[in-house]
Design a protein around this ligand. Structure first.
Ligand code: GLY
Length: 363
C-alpha cells in the first residue's frame, strides 16, 4: 500500500490544523482530512485567552492553559511572519466586573499576583471602562489575559499550512469503521500515525466522552468614525464582551446542553443582549451585524484528551471544551513532541484512560 503521508490528521479545525502545521514545520509530510471547514469550532469562539478570567481551578487544566498563553506571542508572530496576515493577538487584559462586592476583594488570588481588585472609583478613569454599567461596584483585573481574533488566527494557520506544504482534503467523511482497522489506512489513505482532532464530533468516531456544548454569539459593529466603547475584554457572569481593534464587538456566549441543535434562539440571543447591556450600556446603540453559534467539545472534567489511544498508531487531540483557541499552540507543541518521543509532563493528566480507570466515563 502506498503511503499518503507520514501523518494524517483527521479534523481541519484549529486544533487539527495547528498540529498539522507544527508537524510540517518539524519536517514531516502531513495530510489533513476534513469534512467541512465551516463546521470548525474556531469560527464559533470569541478568541479570549483567559485562563485567569475563566477562574480555572489550580491543577492540570490551569497549567496547560497558562503554558499555552505563554506561547501565544511567539506563535502568532511566527504565523504573521509566515503569511503576512495579522491574527489580532492583543494583550489587552481582561476585566471581570462584579455587581456585588466580594467579601475579601483586595486579596490577590494566591495563584497569580497580577490579579487585582479595583473599586468602581478606581476603575472609572484608570481603566478604559467609562462605559461600565451603573450597577458595577468594582472588578478583578486580569493583567496577563488577552485575546486573539479567532477567525483571523484560523485564516493565518490555514495560509501558513498551505505555504508550508500541508496537504488538505476537504469533504472527506471518516467513519468509526475506518478507525477500527488502521492497517488499511483511513479512506484508503495510509500513514505512519493518525491524529484524531474532530472536536465535538469525536464521539461519532471513537467511544470518548466528548459531547457538544452549544454556544450562541452575536456581534455588533462600532462605526469606523467612532472610538471603541471599551478597549479591554469584559468578562461577567454568563457573558463576555470582546472588542476588536477593527470596531467589531463580539458578545458571547450561551452554554447549552442541547446536542447538535443548530440555530440561534430568541431566548439565547435575548439573554446575551440583556447581560451585555447591563454591563456596558453604551453597547445598546450599535448595529447588530451577525449572530451565530458553535459547538464546544466538552469532556466530563473539562480537560482535553491528548495522547495515545489504545491503538499506538492513533493519537487523540480532542475535548478542548471552552479553551480550544487558547490551547491550540500548546496542543500543537505537545502532540508534535509526543510524535518525536518527548512526552510533555502534562500528557499523563490528559490521557483518555482517566475516564475508564476513574469510572468517569460518561454514557
Ligand atoms: N471560552 C469561552 C467560551 O467557550 O464561551
Amino acid at each position: 500500500m502506498t503511503k499518503a503521508a507520514d501523518v494524517i490528521v483527521i479534523g481541519g479545525g484549529i486544533i487539527g490544523l495547528s498540529i498539522a502545521l507544527e508537524l510540517r514545520w518539524r519536517g514531516l509530510q502531513v495530510l489533513v482530512l476534513t469534512q467541512d471547514y465551516q463546521n470548525a469550532a474556531a469560527n464559533a469562539a470569541a478568541g479570549m485567552l483567559a485562563p485567569q478570567a475563566e477562574e480555572i481551578a489550580p491543577g492540570a487544566l490551569l497549567d496547560l492553559c497558562t503554558y499555552s498563553r505563554s506561547l501565544y506571542a511567539d506563535w502568532t508572530t511566527k504565523l504573521t511572519m509566515a503569511t503576512g496576515l495579522d491574527t489580532g493577538y492583543w494583550e489587552c487584559g481582561i476585566l471581570a466586573p462584579r455587581y456585588v462586592r466580594p467579601a475579601f476583594p483586595e486579596r490577590n488570588r494566591p495563584s497569580d499576583s497580577q490579579i487585582t481588585w479595583h473599586s468602581r472609583k478606581e476603575l472609572v478613569g484608570h481603566l478604559p471602562t467609562d462605559n461600565l454599567g451603573m450597577e458595577v461596584v468594582g472588578g478583578y483585573w486580569f493583567d496577563t489575559d488577552g485575546q486573539v481574533d479567532n477567525r483571523a488566527l484560523y485564516k493565518s494557520i490555514q495560509a501558513a499550512a498551505e505555504f508550508a506544504g500541508v496537504r488538505v482534503q476537504t469533504g472527506v467523511v471518516v467513519t468509526a469503521q475506518d478507525l477500527q482497522d488502521l492497517s488499511q489506512g483511513v479512506n484508503g489513505l495510509v500513514a505512519d500515525r493518525y491524529i484524531l482532532a474532530t472536536g465535538a464530533w469525536s464521539q461519532e468516531l471513537l467511544p470518548v466522552p466528548v459531547v457538544p456544548r452549544k454556544g450562541q454569539l452575536i456581534a455588533l459593529q462600532v462605526p469606523h468614525e467612532e472610538d471603541l466603547p471599551l478597549n479591554t475584554v469584559l468578562f461577567g457572569t454568563e457573558i463576555y464582551i470582546v472588542p476588536r481593534r477593527d470596531g467589531r464587538i463580539v458578545i458571547g456566549a450561551t452554554s447549552e446542553d442541547v446536542g447538535f441543535s443548530t440555530g440561534n434562539t430568541a431566548e439565547g440571543v435575548q439573554g446575551l443582549f440583556d447581560r451585555a447591556i447591563r454591563l456596558c450600556p453604551a453597547l445598546a446603540k450599535y448595529p447588530v451585524v451577525e449572530q451565530w453559534w458553535g459547538f464546544r467539545p466538552a469532556t466530563p472534567d473539562e480537560l482535553p484528551i491528548l495522547g495515545h489511544s489504545a491503538d499506538p498508531r492513533l493519537i487523540l487531540a480532542t475535548g478542548h471544551y471552552r479553551n480550544g483557541i487558547l490551547l491550540a499552540p500548546a496542543t500543537a507543541q505537545i502532540i508534535a513532541d509526543l510524535l518525536f518521543d518527548r512526552p510533555h509532563p502534562l500528557l499523563s493528566d490528559c490521557d483518555y484512560r482517566r475516564f475508564i480507570d476513574g469510572n468517569k466515563l460518561s454514557s
